[in-house]
Design a protein around this ligand. Structure first.
Ligand SMILES: Nc1nc2c(ncn2[C@@H]2O[C@@H]3COP(=O)(O)O[C@H]4[C@@H](O)[C@H](n5cnc6c(=O)[nH]c(N)nc65)O[C@@H]4COP(=O)(O)O[C@H]3[C@H]2O)c(=O)[nH]1
Length: 716
C-alpha cells in the first residue's frame, strides 16, 4: 500500500494535495503534515513512497527539509516533489542538491500534479523491485564460500542474468570507472556488445556528457556509501533524434568484506511517459480550434505573473478582447467560416505579441493577452490601439473579404487588482464597456464601471418586468412616397419608458435582449401592438397606411413566423396587406432555403417584406434576386453622404437600378436634407424616411401628422 506524505504549512493546500493524491488509486494512503519538524519526526515504518513538500515554509525551507529527510535510513531514494513559486534556477538547484526528485510550480495544476505523482509512485515500485533483486545478489555474494575472485566472476554472470530480466538499462562501474557489466538493454541502448563493454570507461560507452555525469555521481556513492535518490535525467536522442528521458537510481554494490566494489546504475526509459505527460498537459491547457493557450493556462500564468510582480516592482497588463460582429459572420456564412475567422484572428494577434506575452483564446470569440513587464500604463493602451488597428484590416474567409474589429478591455496590475479572478472579472467589465460604447475601441478599467456592471446584471430582470408591466411603447416614423410627397406608411420603432431612467432608446437594450433571448417576447409584443394600433387608425378616418416592424435574427431562427403572424393578424383583424416585415441581410443569409419558404407563405397572405440596412451586409447585390421581397431599404450610411461622396452616390444608384430591374421598390432611410431628396428622386428612388420629414413620433403625434398630411392631400 503506497504511502504519500504531504507537507505544507497552509491547510487549504494540504487538503487539496491530499485529495488529489488519494485519487491516484484506491490503495494509496496519504499522511499530511503542517510543519517540517513534525513530518521528520513522524517518519518510521512504513516509510513514505512519495513526499510532496512545499518549498517556502516557516522554520525550515523545502531544501533543508529534503536534506534532513535524505539522512533518514531508507529515505535516500524516496522520490520527493518540491512545490515552488520560484522559477529561478538557484532555487531549483538548491532543492536538487538537497535531493529533490522533481518540481511543480505553484499554483499547482491538478492534471500535472496527478501525472507526476502517479509516475513517481510507479517508478518507486519498480525501483524497489530492482533494489530487492540487487539486495538478494549482494547476500549471495557475502554468503558464498568460494574464493573472492571466483565469487565475483560467478556473481557477475548471475547478476547479468537477473538484471537482464529487469525492464531498465542496468550497468555497474567499479571505483576506477571501468564497466563490470551491462545488461542487454543497456548494451542495445549504447549500441555496444555487453561482453566487449566490460573494462571500458563510462564516457567511452555513454558519451562524454552522460558518461562524465555518471562517473561523478558514482564517486559520490563510493564516498557516501549510500544510494543516491532517484532522479530524472535527459540524454541526447540516438542519431540526433528527440531527447530521451530516464529515471535513474544509483546504489552501492558491496563485496563479501562489506566494501563497495561497484556502483549499480539502473535507468528506466520514461521518454514515452514524459511525452504522454506533456501531451496531456498540453491538451488541458490549449484550445483545440486555434491551438492557443486556453483559459486554464492563462489563469495559471496570471497567478504566476502576480506572484512574480509582488516580489519586484513590475507592472503588467491584461487585455481581453471580443470580436465585433463575429455572431453576424457566423450566422451569415456558417460555422466553418466562423471557425476559420477565429483561427485567422488568433494568427493575426499572434504577430502582435512578444515572446514573454501570453495570447489565449478564452472561448467563443473572446481572446486575452497577458502583457508582462510593460514599462508604464500607456504601453498597455498603445498595444491595445495597435491590436485594434490590426484587426480592422479585412480577413479573407471563404472567398469573402470580412471586416470585423474588436472591443478591448484593459486592466493593470497592481492598480486594478491583486488576484487573478479579480483581474479577469474587471477586464471583462472594461471590455463590456468598450462594447457598449460603440465597439471597435478599448477601455481601461475604472472602478466606476463596477456599479454599471452590476446594473447590467439586473437589466435582464428589469426587461422582464418591463414586459409584464407594459413599459414598452411604439413610436412611428413616417415613410413618404417621393412621387406624391404623401405619407404611405410608417416604421414602428420600440421605446422603453423606464420608471426612473425615462425614455430608453432601442440600441441601449435590444442588443442585451438579443443575447438573453428576451428579444423573442419583446418582438412578438411589437408585432401585435403595431398591428393592433394600425388597425385602429382607420377609425380616425386615416388612409390605410402600411406599418413596418423590425424582425430579429434570433426570432426568425426560433419561431415559426408564419404561424405567429397568422395568429396576430387573426387576433387584431389588420389587413395583411398593411403589414410589412423588415428583415436584415443576416436573417436572409441564415438558412436561406427555410427563410425563403416562410417568406413565400407570408407573401401569399399579402404581407410584404423589405430588406433593412441594405448594402451593409455580406450579400452581393445580385443575391437579393433569390429572395421573395417587396422593398429594399438603402442603409442610412449611404444616404448620409449621398450629395458629397461620389462612391455613396454610385452605390445608391446601383441599388435603385437593381431594385427596378427586379421589380422591387426602393426606400431610402436616414434622409435629413432636401438635397438628398432631390438626388434620390432623380435616381428614381420611390420612397424615403428620415428626420427631414419627421423623427420617430409617439403614436398621437404621428396620427396628428398623418391627419395634417391627409388634409393637405384633400386640399390639393
Ligand atoms: N441620424 C438619423 N437617424 C435616423 C434618421 N431617420 C431615422 N433614424 C433612426 O434610424 C433608425 C432606423 O431604424 P433601423 O435602421 O430599423 O434601426 C433600428 C432597429 O434596428 C432597432 N429597432 C428599433 N425598434 C425595433 C423593434 O421593435 N424590433 C427590433 N428587432 N429592432 C428594433 O433599433 C434600431 C435603432 O432604432 P432607433 O433608435 O429608433 O433609430 C431609428 C431612427 O430613429 C435620420 O434622418 N437621421
Amino acid at each position: 500500500m503506497p504511502l504519500v506524505m504531504i507537507l505544507d504549512d497552509r491547510v487549504t493546500n494540504r487538503n487539496i494535495f491530499a485529495k488529489l493524491a488519494a485519487s491516484i488509486s484506491d490503495d494509496v494512503r496519504v499522511e499530511t503534515h503542517g510543519d517540517p519538524a513534525s513530518a521528520l519526526a513522524a517518519i518510521g515504518a512504513p516509510l513514505p513512497d512519495l513526499v510532496i513538500t512545499d518549498y517556502k515554509m516557516p522554520g525550515m525551507n523545502g531544501a533543508e527539509f529534503v536534506r534532513h529527510f535524505r539522512q533518514i535510513p531508507g529515505c535516500e531514494d524516496v522520490p520527493v516533489i518540491a512545490i515552488t513559486v520560484y522559477e529561478e534556477r538557484s532555487f531549483r538547484l538548491a532543492a536538487l542538491e538537497a535531493g529533490a526528485t522533481d518540481f511543480l510550480l505553484s499554483p499547482v495544476d491538478h492534471a500535472e500534479f496527478l501525472t507526476r505523482a502517479r509516475n513517481l509512485l510507479q517508478m518507486r515500485r519498480q525501483a524497489l523491485i530492482i533494489k530487492g533483486r540487487a539486495h538478494d545478489l549482494e547476500r549471495e555474494l557475502q554468503d558464498s564460500e568460494r574464493s573472492r575472485q571466483q565469487l565475483l566472476r560467478d556473481s557477475k554472470e548471475r547478476l547479468a542474468q537477473v538484471i537482464d530480466t529487469v525492464p531498465a538499462c542496468v550497468s555497474a562501474f567499479d571505483r576506477d570507472g571501468a564497466c563490470i557489466f551491462l545488461n542487454s538493454r543497456a548494451a542495445a541502448r549504447f549500441d555496444v556488445d555487453a561482453h566487449g563493454a566490460i573494462g571500458q570507461r563510462a564516457d567511452a560507452l555513454l558519451g562524454d556528457e552522460m558518461g562524465a555525469r555518471s562517473l561523478s555521481l558514482d564517486q559520490m556513492v563510493f564516498r557516501s556509501g549510500v544510494a543516491l535518490p532517484t532522479f530524472e535525467e535527459e540524454s541526447a536522442g540516438q542519431e540526433g533524434g528527440e531527447p530521451e528521458y530516464w529515471l535513474t537510481t544509483k546504489s552501492p554494490l558491496r563485496d563479501g568484506d562489506g566494501m563497495i566494489a561497484a556502483v549499480l546504475t539502473s535507468s528506466l526509459d520514461i521518454t514515452d511517459r514524459k511525452k504522454a505527460e506533456r501531451h496531456l498537459v498540453h491538451l488541458a491547457h490549449h484550445d483545440a480550434l486555434t491551438g492557443l493557450p486556453n483559459r486554464t493556462f492563462l489563469q495559471d500564468r496570471l497567478r504566476r505573473e502576480i506572484a512574480r510582480a509582488r516580489r519586484g516592482d513590475r507592472i503588467f497588463a491584461l487585455l481581453m478582447l471580443d470580436i465585433d460582429r463575429f455572431k453576424t459572420v457566423n450566422d451569415a456564412l456558417g460555422h466553418h467560416a466562423g471557425d476559420a475567422l477565429l483561427c485567422a484572428v488568433g494568427e493575426r494577434l499572434g504577430t502582435h505579441i512578444r515572446k514573454k506575452d501570453v495570447l489565449a483564446r478564452l472561448g467563443g470569440d473572446e481572446f486575452a493577452l497577458l502583457l508582462s513587464g510593460i514599462r508604464n500604463p500607456q504601453d498597455a493602451l498603445d498595444r491595445a490601439e495597435q491590436i485594434l488597428g490590426a484587426l480592422k484590416q479585412p480577413f479573407t474567409i471563404a472567398g469573402e473579404d470580412i471586416v470585423v474589429g474588436a472591443s478591448i478591455g484593459v486592466v493593470l496590475h497592481p492598480n486594478d487588482g491583486d488576484d487573478a479572478e479579480d483581474m479577469l472579472k474587471k477586464v471583462d467589465i472594461a471590455m463590456y464597456r468598450a462594447k457598449a460604447e460603440g465597439r471597435n475601441l478599448y477601455r481601461a478599467f475604472d472602478p466606476a464601471m463596477m456599479s454599471s456592471a452590476r446594473g447590467e446584471i439586473t437589466l435582464e430582470a428589469e426587461l422582464r418586468r418591463a414586459l409584464a408591466n407594459q413599459e414598452f411603447e411604439l413610436f412611428y416614423q413616417p415613410q413618404i412616397d417621393l412621387r406624391t410627397n404623401r405619407i404611405v406608411g410608417a416604421e414602428a420603432l420600440i421605446r422603453w419608458r423606464h420608471p426612473t431612467r425615462g425614455l430608453v432608446r432601442p440600441l441601449d437594450f435590444l442588443p442585451f435582449a438579443e443575447e438573453t433571448g428576451l428579444i423573442i417576447p419583446i418582438n412578438e409584443w411589437v408585432i401585435a401592438q403595431a398591428c393592433s394600433e394600425a388597425r385602429g387608425w382607420c377609425a380616425h378616418g386615416l388612409p390605410p397606411l402600411r406599418v413596418a416592424v423590425n424582425l430579429s435574427p434570433v426570432q426568425f431562427r426560433n419561431r415559426n413566423m408564419v404561424a405567429l403572424v397568422d395568429d396576430i393578424l387573426a387576433r387584431t383583424g389588420l389587413d395583411p396587406k398593411r403589414l410589412e416585415l423588415e428583415l436584415t441581410e443576416t436573417i436572409l443569409m441564415h438558412d436561406a432555403d427555410a427563410v425563403t419558404i416562410e417568406l413565400r407563405e407570408l407573401r401569399k397572405r399579402g404581407v410584404s417584406v423589405s430588406i433593412d440596412d441594405f448594402g451593409t451586409g455580406y450579400s452581393s447585390l445580385a443575391y437579393v434576386k433569390k429572395f421573395p421581397v417587396d422593398r429594399i431599404k438603402i442603409d442610412q450610411s449611404f444616404v448620409r453622404n449621398l450629395t458629397s461622396d461620389p462612391n455613396d452616390a454610385a452605390i445608391v444608384r446601383a441599388i435603385v437600378n437593381l431594385g427596378h430591374s427586379l421589380g422591387i421598390d426602393v426606400i431610402a432611410e436616414g434622409v435629413d436634407s432636401a438635397d438628398q431628396v432631390e438626388m434620390l428622386r432623380a435616381e428614381g428612388c420611390e420612397e424615403a424616411q428620415g428626420f427631414l420629414f419627421a423623427k420617430p413620433l409617439p403614436v398621437e403625434e404621428f396620427l396628428a401628422l398623418v391627419q395634417a398630411d391627409a388634409a393637405v392631400a384633400r386640399s390639393a
